[in-house]
Design a protein around this ligand. Structure first.
Ligand code: SER
Length: 316
């Protein structure tokens, strides 16, 4: 990677990925794009930025040519829960941004990073130790768009030689920009509420186990995969990656170690609960370990300590 285009840079991952990449590859070599949501000042002032719609292929092509882009990171997506209230819009945004990225990459010989998700799995996928290669029949429009994108990534690689690589991200926990409209969002919100109010009402029920990852691991995984020796990659689109698996009771208990009077109760959202029930409890990520050396650094304990320290200082 030399000149990188990050589509959707105002979102949860983008707002931390852009500064991370600028640190490694040079501020002028990482272009951040956004549509309606403004970029955080650190990104806006820290290097090149473009206001563009990832559904506009011509505009994407002109930005790619202007900056001599060799890698496109497409983070544009409508997430799982909000997708269920606007399925046709979610399909349009998720698929058009992806096919445009692949088409522009095909014409310009750029590489593509494809973020997939635990949401690509469905209710008849094995829930425990979910294999890298398994049954994928998701029941959300988000998941359907992710499976389609994974297949497109393979198709563009085999048919056109586009160097497309991807990760099946779990729920990502972070402290710069809140996620919007996902099923795993509770695991971010709980930290903000613990600091601000010492209580949290959880919208997923006790015993709902899901894969999760702290943002620093998610950013490092992306760079390590994109820099991996292509000869070693068998599963390009996409690799299971995980760092931890927990349910709401476990994250609340971990927070209580730092904030003893923290209290959690439940008000289960049936849409989110049904989605969570259809996703893995924990994935097998041995293919990522074997093919490019994936190893998470943060577990629930170290992530919680870091989240509470950072948010405690900021929200105090
Ligand atoms: N965090 C996403 C969601 O909950 C899953 O990839 O929709």
């Amino acid at each position: 990677m030399k000149n990188i285009l990050v589509l959707g840079a105002a979102g949860q991952i983008g707002s931390e990925l852009v500064p991370y990449l600028r640190n490694i590859y040079g501020a002028q070599n990482v272009v951040a794009t956004y549509r309606s949501t403004p970029l955080i000042p650190e990104i806006m002032e820290g290097g090149p930025c473009e206001n563009m719609d990832a559904m506009d292929a011509e505009r994407m092509m002109s930005v790619v040519k202007k900056y001599d882009i060799d890698t496109i990171v497409n983070l544009v997506a409508v997430l799982s829960a909000v997708g269920e209230s606007k399925p046709t819009l979610a399909w349009k945004i998720n698929m058009e941004s992806m096919i445009n990225s692949l088409e522009v990459a095909r014409e310009t010989k750029a590489a593509v990073f494809l973020p997939s998700s635990i949401g690509a799995f469905g209710p008849n996928t094995p829930m425990d130790n979910t294999p890298q290669d398994t049954l994928m029949r998701p029941s959300t429009i988000y998941g359907i768009s992710k499976v389609a994108a994974e297949l497109l990534g393979d198709y563009y690689f085999v048919k056109y030689g586009v160097d497309c690589r991807g990760l099946r991200y779990p729920g990502i926990i972070s402290n710069v920009t809140l996620p919007g409209g996902g099923t795993t969002d509770y695991a971010v919100e709980i930290y903000y509420e613990a600091i601000k109010n010492k209580k949290y009402t959880c919208n997923l029920g006790a015993g709902t186990f899901l894969d999760m990852m702290y943002m620093p691991d998610a950013l490092r995984a992306l760079v390590e995969l994109m820099e991996a020796d292509p000869a070693k990659l068998v599963h390009r689109n996409c690799f299971n990656v995980s760092a931890m698996s927990f349910d709401p009771e476990m994250i609340a208990a971990e927070i209580k170690k730092h904030i003893p009077d923290f209290a959690m109760d439940y008000n289960v959202d049936p849409v989110k609960q049904a989605i969570a029930n259809s996703w893995p409890n924990y994935m097998d990520h041995s293919a990522a370990q074997q093919e490019w050396g994936w190893k998470p650094e943060y577990d629930l304990g170290s992530m919680t300590a870091d989240m509470l320290k950072i948010l405690g200082a900021r929200l105090a």
